[in-house]
Write a protein of this length. Structure first.
Length: 331
């Protein structure tokens, strides 16, 4: 459990990220893809917030928007007391030292023409005045920290395995001593045998350095292992947010129930008793989301009001937030 005295390091309020659609002979704007459509959450100092949902629901867009790798459409993102969504370019550059990202594909996120030492030292060259010798010392410290052999500093990324490449990405993210790191499916491209090693490394670094994580993943079993709280996304909106143990033991939103029912159980005797919830229909397009609740077209407990009005994302129990009309005082 989190200490009640801890303060939010990250506060996201009504975040929207809409991508324009252009069409016709004159390529005029004909609509927009509502990748993220008005979400709000806090991440407390030293905690890991897991963000889960099926492919295409907007998880990675949230991560990039929170770090302002995209120019957000609307809303505020306050990190360590500063609103980065409205910060000027020079101010944002200064704030980048406090927030970093670990990308999904370590192969694509590392420059193949740069040696490992150069990749890890790049943030130091950009943001900190230091001598080559000082940067070299810091690079070797970071390689030790993430479990990479110092002798590999002059090798190129293609000479490493997937797990080692991800460790290079982690070392680069740690170079400037950030407070907040977005982990965008950092284990999705790795072999199963390596995934646990990388997650354990992230946990060790968090404990040692006091890091705060937004951990984005579709692997519900891994999120259960690493997260303190879990937010569930569906079609650009958060439908449920709760402490990890509560959400896995007693999910409230119909989509969360369906999502967790698909997680395989290692114990065959337990697996036999699991009641699978099979959702019918396809996920609507984020360019044309349904009226009312985004989940109304597939929800097994849908009511008329669900097709008319968007449910309020509200606290239904201490620390538990759900966006569902079943929890509103409306019939």
């Amino acid at each position: 459990m989190l200490d009640d005295q801890k303060q939010p390091l990250v506060t996201v309020d009504n975040l929207k990220m809409h991508f324009p659609i252009f069409g016709g002979l004159l390529q005029r704007r004909t609509g927009e893809v509502k990748a993220v459509d008005g979400i709000s959450f806090d991440i407390f100092e030293g905690e890991t917030l897991g963000l889960v949902g099926e492919s295409g629901c907007g998880k990675s867009t949230v991560g990039r928007s929170v770090l302002r790798l995209y120019e957000v459409t609307d809303g505020s993102v306050v990190i360590d007391g500063q609103d980065i969504a409205k910060a000027a370019p020079e101010e944002l550059r200064h704030m980048r030292t406090q927030m970093q990202m670990i990308f999904q594909d370590p192969q694509a996120s590392l420059n193949p023409r740069m040696k490992v030492a150069e990749i890890i030292a790049e943030p130091l060259r950009e943001h900190i005045k230091s001598t080559p010798a000082e940067r070299r010392t810091r690079v070797l410290e970071l390689m030790d920290q993430v479990g990479l052999n110092r002798d590999f500093a002059n090798r190129y990324p293609h000479e490493f395995s997937g797990g080692q490449r991800q460790r290079i990405g982690i070392a680069r993210a740690l170079a400037l001593n950030p407070k907040f790191i977005v982990c965008d499916e950092p284990i999705a491209a790795l072999d199963v045998s390596i995934q646990a090693q990388v997650v354990n490394l992230l946990e060790e670094l968090q404990e040692t350095l006091g890091l705060t994580y937004l951990f984005i993943s579709h692997d519900l079993s891994m999120v259960r292992h690493i997260a303190d709280r879990v937010a569930v996304m569906y079609l650009g909106r958060i439908v449920e947010l709760a402490p990890r143990d509560d959400i896995y033991a007693d999910p409230q939103h119909p989509y969360t129930k369906a999502l967790l029912s698909a997680v395989p159980e290692p114990d065959p005797s337990v697996e036999e008793k699991v009641e699978r919830i099979i959702l019918t229909g396809d996920v609507p397009s984020p360019a044309k989301p349904p009226q009312g609740c985004n989940f109304c077209t597939r929800c097994p407990a849908v009511k008329d009001i669900c097709k008319r009005d968007e449910p309020e994302f509200r606290e239904v129990q201490p620390g538990r937030f759900v966006a569902c009309h079943r929890f509103n005082d409306i019939t």
